[in-house]
Every structure is written in C-alpha cells, then in structure tokens.
Design a protein around this ligand. Structure first.
Ligand code: F6R
Length: 270
C-alpha cells in the first residue's frame, strides 16, 4: 500500500488525477470505479483540465459506487433530483469530458426492482472485465460507498440504510443549501458492496481534512472490522494508493515512515 501525503487539498487532487490519467493513457478503454462527494471534486477538476490538454475519455468505461434510493421520483430522468449522485457526476465530470453516454454506469435510484437492478449491476461490471481502478473517498463513519458500519466485508451491490452520521454529513453537503428538510432526505441508497470494491484490480483512495484524521487512522492502521468498512483496504491484493493531505494524515502513527518510503521509492525509481 502506497500512502502519499501531500501538503494540501490541491496537491492531493493533482497527484490523484495524475494516477488516473496514467491508467487512461496506458489502457484507453480502462474501467474506472467512481465516487461522488466533496473529496474527489478537485481530482475531477484536474482531469477536466487534462482533458482540455488532450486526455481522451472516449473509450473509458465508468461505474459509480452509489446512489440514493428513490431520489426525486417526481423529477424527470436522468438526474432524478438536484441532489442525485447522477447529477453530481454529470456536473462535476461527465459533461466536461468526451466520455460516451453508453459507457457511464450509475446505480439507478429510481429502479422499480432494486434487487434485480443490483444483480444486473454486478453482472455488468463482470461483463466488461471488472474494474481496473476504483476511486474512493472515506466517509465520516469509515464507509466506502454507503457501506455503513456493520456491513459485511464480503457484501455485494445492494440497498443499504444510511446511518445518522451519514445523513448528517450529507445533509450539510447536499441538502441544507437546497432548503430541503433533513427528514425528507432519502434514508436508503444502492451501493456497491465491500466485496464488490475489493474485486477492483487497483484502488485509489483520496482523503483530506482534519475531520477525517481519526477515521483515516482507524481505516489504515486499526484492526480490520466491519465497524469501519474501509478497513477492508488492508485485505486488498492489488495496487493500493492512498493520497491524503497533511491534515488528514495528522492522526496516523506512522506518517513519518510513509513519507520516508515515498522518498526512497522516488529515489530508486520504483
Ligand atoms: C460517494 C461515496 C462516499 C464518499 C464519502 C466521503 O460516492 O462513495 O463513500 O466517498 O462519504 O464523502 P466526502 O468526500 O463528501 O467527504
């Protein structure tokens, strides 16, 4: 596992975007797993900038991690509601790059048969050969996707109830400004499972800010537990890169060692 510590959010985002761009250049038809949320916005901005300089997304295939269930049923497809993750992805990335619509996969928050949809989503990931690089943020309660504490570390794509902490976090980020009452937020989501995420060939996790410092330490240096579902990162067998800023790194016991290893690897061209 490579743990890369950068001074601030901008440097973290640039580093993460360079990794993603590297995959796209190496394998133009690569399959990316994508996350929403505040953390990857800077990374997506940098990818958009790179696209303007020639980075080609025309063969890239994407699968998003999650979507609220039932969001904005009254609104027209495809963006469900202003708070839908589909809309977020469109606004923050898809509409700015040359990705093909048919190559974008998002959990369908409006599906009439969530169970059937989840089985189809898993099959679709397999059909394209699996996810090459899964991009992840880290939830305040340690979740990946919406895999809340207590989710099985072998879980697959499914419907998941959101915890109070996630409802609070997402209310602040997405609903408060839109003047939507907290009680009216969706309380369920479709999410890829931890087992699904662990099958991605490689993982890139981005985390920033002091608010995430304690949970990041649990995720990377604590015991592997379904109470911190992202601690399953310690079980992954592919290439793992964790790119974080100094504030998020502040509670890591071994941050000095991670920096030293990065320097050594750089020195030896590894
Ligand atoms: C969203 C997702 C979530 C977020 C996490 C962190 O698709 O998968 O697990 O990555 O909640 O969100 P931010 O980045 O807003 O702190």
């Amino acid at each position: 596992m490579d743990i890369i510590i950068r001074d601030n959010y901008e440097e973290m985002s640039t580093y993460a975007a360079e990794i993603i761009a590297g995959y796209i250049k190496y394998k133009p038809d690569c399959v990316l797993g994508l996350a929403t949320g505040g953390t990857p916005i800077g990374t997506y901005k940098e990818l958009i900038r790179m696209h303007h300089e020639g980075l080609d997304f025309s063969q890239v295939i994407t699968f998003n991690l999650d979507e609220y269930l039932g969001v904005g049923m009254e609104l027209e497809r495809p963006y469900h509601s202003d708070q839908s993750y589909a809309r977020f992805m469109h606004e923050e990335l898809f509409k700015h790059i040359n990705i093909k619509k048919e190559n974008i996969h998002l959990p369908d928050g409006q599906t009439e048969d969530p169970k059937k949809f989840c089985i189809w989503y898993e099959a679709e990931i397999k059909r394209v050969g699996g996810i090459d690089l899964q991009i992840l943020g880290l939830g305040g309660d340690g979740h990946w996707g919406f895999n809340e504490p207590g989710s099985s570390l072998g879980s697959r794509t499914r419907v998941q109830a959101l915890t109070e902490q996630t409802l609070d976090d997402n209310y602040e980020a997405f609903y408060k400004n839109a003047n939507i009452e907290r009680s009216k937020m969706p309380h369920f989501a479709i999410t890829m499972g931890i087992g699904t995420i662990l099958e991605a060939k490689n993982i890139l996790m981005v985390v920033n800010g002091s608010k995430k410092a304690n949970i990041l330490a649990k995720c990377l240096e604590g015991p592997i537990t379904s109470q911190v579902t992202s601690s399953a990162i310690q079980l992954h067998s592919g290439e793992i890169t964790v790119v974080i800023d100094e504030a998020a790194a502040s509670k890591l016991t071994h941050s000095g060692r991670y920096k030293h290893i990065e320097k050594l690897k750089h020195q030896f061209g590894l």
